[in-house]
Design a protein around this ligand. Structure first.
Ligand code: B12
Ligand code: SF4
Ligand code: SF4
Length: 352
């Protein structure tokens, strides 16, 4: 089993993962914190986090006979993605760097399947299931236990040699593989940069995220109106948010991805807000084909861009673009457009 574990790690690297770790299925020490988090209502409308009872924290209730978990990480940060220039330009739309290319769920699961096939080729039939954000799986906790890093104060997993710009995926197995040593402790130390920089103050305490305030939740998960008090804080972030990772000192060790599938498609790395806002639904569906962005749907896409346009400095071309959507069939879109126009009216009055 020691030899097999070493081989699995080599095969994982050959298949494009940056690191593989192995752990057992005992996540009991995360259970209370996860439940407390739900009890406080920090998950907001993400009812799927609550739905599956203990399956998330007790892997063998999800897949019976699971004994070991293979945890994998893959870098996603594309090179030359105009990151800060886009974030700091209020006429441009900022899309999280993880979402610029093809949807990661499918790519990660396919690679994990290839890894499982290799293992099967070497040892014969074994019981397994592959996951990437596709089932009630506590991915960060598993990766932390498997030695891939530590959960930082911003609640993402950080690796001391590679930062945090990576995805996680797993293979649950019925094999008794040797577990890796986990990192002994958090290396955040006295740093609080992510808590300070968070535009909406969503990291309410170290290691505790109130997802209801997180821009990633507001722009991707929430299907209703964005709370009024949070809209002005969202700036030009129209899909996800990277600020807490951008400011994290450990990301100076991050490496760019070599996966071409994660490279920006359809000029999404630094687009003009107005041009995205004027996409028809057909444009939206065509240009986000194969991308995670498509999951939010056209209505939420327009909702998010309307907020960003409302946060942009006053400009007649922005007001004209907003007016074109004032009678949109969706009440959700109309309300956010009205809010954005109201912001510009107010700004115009203040500047007179
Ligand atoms: C729900 C979810 C979200 C929600 C909630 C985020 C969150 N922090 O949980 C929202 C929509 C906000 C979100 C946002 C993002 N997400 Co997300 N998300 C998930 C998902 C589906 C579940 C996460 C989960 O279980 N949360 C539950 C809570 C309880 O977990 P937690 O906050 O980490 O809390 C734990 C610890 O903090 C600790 N803890 C709690 N309190 C305390 C107190 C102390 C004192 C201590 C020491 C510890 C501690 O115990 C808790 C239980 O383990 C996972 C995929 C998966 N199936 O795991 C992806 C996942 C976590 N997301 C991911 C990504 C990339 C993001 C974004 C970066 C995307 C973006 N750019 O917009 C942001 C990051 C925002 C942030 N600061 O976390 C990656 C993270 C990769 C990594 N390197 O860590 C994952 C793993 C997806 C993947 N397969 O790669 N996400
Ligand atoms: S992703 Fe953005 S909004 Fe969410 S915790 Fe990080 S900095 Fe705050
Ligand atoms: S910014 Fe600082 S506190 Fe936040 S996760 Fe990174 S090292 Fe930890």
């Amino acid at each position: 089993m020691q030899t097999l574990a070493a081989q699995i790690k080599e095969w994982g690297i050959e298949l494009g993962f940056q690191q593989i770790g192995i752990t057992d299925t005992d996540l009991s020490r995360y259970e209370k914190r996860f439940k407390d988090w739900l009890t406080k209502g920090f998950h907001g409308s993400m009812s799927y986090l609550q739905k599956h009872g203990d399956r998330r924290t007790q892997p063998s209730t999800l897949i019976p006979n699971s004994i070991s978990i293979i945890s994998a990480r893959m870098d996603y940060l594309p090179p030359d993605s105009d990151l800060l220039a886009t974030l700091n330009n209020p006429r441009k739309a900022y899309i999280s760097r993880y979402a610029l290319g093809r949807d990661y769920h499918r790519l990660m699961r396919k690679r994990l399947q290839l890894l499982a096939d290799r293992i099967q080729g070497a040892i014969g039939e074994f019981g397994y299931r592959v996951f990437c954000d596709s089932a009630p799986v506590l991915e960060k906790a598993i990766a932390e236990k498997a030695g891939l890093g530590w959960i930082g104060k911003h609640t993402n997993l950080i690796n001391s040699k590679a930062g945090s710009w990576f995805f996680l995926g797993e293979i649950y197995t019925d094999m008794q593989l040797p577990s890796d040593q986990e990192q002994s402790k958090s290396h955040c130390g006295s740093c609080t940069a992510c808590l300070t920089v968070c535009p909406t103050q969503a990291i309410i305490a170290p290691y505790q995220l109130d997802a209801r305030r997180c821009i990633s939740y507001l722009t991707i998960e929430l299907r209703e109106a964005i709370p009024l008090e949070l809209r002005p804080l969202m700036g030009n972030r129209i899909y996800g948010c990277d600020d807490c990772q951008l400011v994290c000192p450990w990301n100076k060790f991050a490496k760019y991805t070599k996966e071409k599938d994660f490279y920006p498609r359809h000029d999404l790395s630094s687009p003009e807000l107005i041009s995205l806002f004027l996409w028809s639904e057909a444009d939206f569906l065509q240009r986000t084909e194969g991308s995670a962005i498509r999951r939010i749907g056209y209505e939420c896409w327009l909702r998010n861009i309307a907020v960003a346009l409302g946060n942009a400095p006053f400009d007649e071309s922005i007001v004209h673009a907003l007016q074109k959507r004032l009678h949109h069939e969706s009440a959700l879109v109309r309300e956010h457009v009205e809010w954005a126009l109201w912001q510009h009216q107010n700004n115009a009055i203040i500047h007179k």
